[in-house]
Design a protein around this ligand. Structure first.
Ligand SMILES: *Cc1c(COP(=O)(O)O)cnc(C)c1O
Length: 368
């Protein structure tokens, strides 16, 4: 029987094959490869989709977050040494962006049910040095809440969203990426909106921030050969922008298919050794990842692999247990650690067939 891949990027992009080829050919033939018409058009289309006044293309999702924080430093809203609250159970890039800017990450446990940063604990983690909260819409689930927004308002904290995993996700009719002061997006090929290489964007309603991000991403220059800030180079190239323009109009339909697959898993998986996540709420979850939890996670993963089903773990080692942050080795985050010990991500993608989903369900239900 054919292997069920975790994510079949070849099939996903083949859905748009002729349009992607026409778009890339258009860029190749134009003779213009950076900061041109495609980037400009994508920025307008993406800002419109997310519902913000501005979108600025950049090199990748990590850079999007770094650019936001660096821009706030340049604008005097953040200073090196300021504390930024961030979930302990995130992909390391959220935290790398913070330390890269000389800011201090304060790790906060998730809620055991939602798997998202625990608003109550966010409130408790605020100190006089806190200047920002970075929420991460992990697994494609909305992490924003009125409670977190209120904590930010009350303490005059910036609210930054890491929207790398949640393109298209809604909170009461508004898109994630438009809920805080600024948001970083990744178009890494495996994300719900993926390019054919690296890509990212910053969205915000703040024109000053957008202009600063744009300048910093272009060597700190807003005018050619005039450098007002110590910037770097992080731009979305024309080919990636053209590809993203092809795929963006299909994002909502592809997310709907992901939700159908999640609903099949939820209804179908009955093995008591498997713990399912909170059910998919139709709007506030775009199912970037479908996580299940098992005490014998590694044995389950091997069993599925032996039976032709590829799974991944998001993520095997939490950030505070990584060598790069060995200064945190003594910190204890029991919920985060339990998630990392028990989590297994089942295959989900817009090209997965119902028969394939059923095969995964049957395998899991007959696991002993
Ligand atoms: C993928 C990801 C990033 C980084 O995006 P890149 O484009 O790979 O740099 C940041 N945060 C989260 C939560 C991610 O999943």
């Amino acid at each position: 029987m054919e292997q069920i891949k975790f994510l079949d990027l070849q099939k996903i992009n083949a859905l748009h094959g002729p349009a992607i080829k026409a778009a890339t050919e258009r860029v190749v033939d134009s003779g213009w490869y950076l900061q041109g018409a495609e980037n400009k058009a994508f920025e307008a289309e993406y800002a419109d989709y997310i519902g913000t006044a501005h979108a600025v293309g950049c090199g990748n999702g990590l850079d999007a977050l770094r650019l936001i924080l660096r821009a706030y430093i340049e604008l005097g809203r953040l200073r090196p040494g300021d504390e930024v609250i961030v979930p302990a159970n995130t992909y390391i890039a959220s935290i790398l962006a913070i330390t890269d800017c000389g800011l201090v990450p304060v790790l906060v446990e998730p809620d055991q049910q939602t798997l998202q940063i625990d608003a109550q604990r966010v409130g408790e983690a605020v100190t006089p040095a806190t200047r920002a909260v970075m929420i991460v819409h992990l697994y494609g689930r909305c992490a924003y809440s009125e409670q977190i927004a209120e904590i930010c308002r009350r303490n005059d904290l910036l609210l930054i969203e890491d929207n790398a995993q949640a393109h298209g996700c809604l909170w009461h009719g508004r898109r994630t990426g438009s809920l805080g002061d600024a948001a970083g997006h990744s178009f890494y090929p495996g994300k719900n909106l993926g390019a054919l290489g690296d890509g990212g964007a910053v969205t915000t309603d703040d024109p000053e921030l957008a202009a600063m991000v744009r300048a910093l991403a272009n060597y700190g220059s807003a005018r050619k050969y005039v450098f007002d800030h110590v910037g770097f180079n992080s731009r979305l190239d024309e080919i990636q922008a053209a590809v993203l323009r092809v795929k963006l109009p299909f994002l909502d339909a592809e997310n709907r298919r992901r939700k159908e697959i999640a609903a099949l898993y939820e209804a179908g998986i009955t093995n008591p050794k498997i713990k399912l996540p909170l059910p998919v709420d139709s709007d506030s979850n775009v199912v970037h990842i479908f996580p299940v939890f098992a005490e014998e996670r590694d044995r389950l993963q091997k069993y599925l692999a032996d039976n032709g089903v590829q799974t991944l773990i998001h993520y095997p080692i939490p950030p505070h247990r990584q060598q790069c942050y060995r200064q945190w080795a003594a910190l204890r985050f029991p919920i985060t650690e339990q998630i990392h010990n028990q989590e297994l991500s089942l295959p989900v993608s817009p090209v997965m067939t119902t028969e394939e989903v059923q095969r995964v369900i049957n395998l899991i239900n007959s696991w002993t």
